[in-house]
Ligand binder design. Sequence first.
Ligand code: FAD
Length: 341
Amino acid sequence: MTIKTDVVIIGAGPCGLFQVFELGLLDIKTHVVDSLKKPGGQCSELYPDKPIYDIPALPVCGAQELVDRLMEQIKPFKPEFHLGQTVTHLEQDEAGRFLLETSTGVRFDTATVILAAGLGAFQPRRLRVKGAEAWEGRNIHYKVSDSGAVAGKDLLILGGGDSALDWVLELHGKAKSITLVHRRIEYRAQPASVGKMKSLAASGALEEFHGNVRAVFEIDGKFGGLDIVGPEGAQYTIHADEVFVFWGLSPNLGPIADWGLDLDKRQVNVDTEKFQTSIPGIFAIGDINTYPGKKKLILSGFHEGALAAFGVQQHIHPEQKVRLQYTTTSPIMHKRLGIDE
Ligand code: FAD
């Protein structure tokens, strides 16, 4: 099934979320796609607990708090979120509309596209050691697709954050054995999860190991496990049937680089009137765009979103004259915001 719409926003970071608001004020409904399973982009993924001090009128605001506030602010406009999927394909038809497809097969037929894709789609940090690539998807994994499939197997779980620790605790008792490998003694995961893991390790129910992965080892052409260098420099060979890598996520511009847009290094060139790209109907706001004087700040992205909304409106309804209206005094704005008068 193809979803027909006026706007698809690619990216649910702070700028993509505020874009929903600005389009909502102009009575334009939005679909928002993000490769992450939750909205918030860098704020939620990279620094949720850190305070931000340069959001206008909020002397201090936690990064996740900012995302929560934006989600609250856009509620009246009922955006439709399509999370946990990456927009992988974009093409333009003869009528000038855009056909998008996501990694889970959702398709859009849309009049305009807003790229609010930041530094790119967040993807798992890969195990880049000798021999690893050939075993990815076979014995080296970046997610657990079927926790039942680990029964009777020796597992190596790599990482020290919440995902690694959560999976250690979840798979413990299901797998034959689990060795958790983390490069440092300190963990980033919730202290409660670390405490549970430590007591399981103390009881001998799992192994805790500190070191850096150096290579994959094979036995007679079959996957054997990993070579790991311990903190004291000694090399260890640890057998495993399956390796799960939970080293967090890092952004990657990915398919956007191949959509024929005018790029400057890995940024999308835009005008500063509407924040439109070299392809009319595709706009770009936030960290993904560039123009003379660009600063990668959330407040810059908010401004860009406001002007891009008017650009979208003009693109969809070139015949309509758009009047600027204040949210304070305009009855139309109040109606759109769902404010009782
Ligand atoms: P992002 O937040 O990067 O969100 C982009 C989203 O697009 C991501 O969720 C990504 O998964 C998604 N995406 C990308 N490609 C695709 C695709 N093909 N399909 C589906 N989804 C896709 N800025 C400030 O103004 N003040 C600060 O104090 C501040 N502190 C910071 C501290 C740290 C540690 C960091 C890392 C950044 C900080 N920043 C700060 C920068 C700020 O976070 C960014 O400017 C802001 O997040 C950009 O927002 P965005 O919406 O453009 O992109």
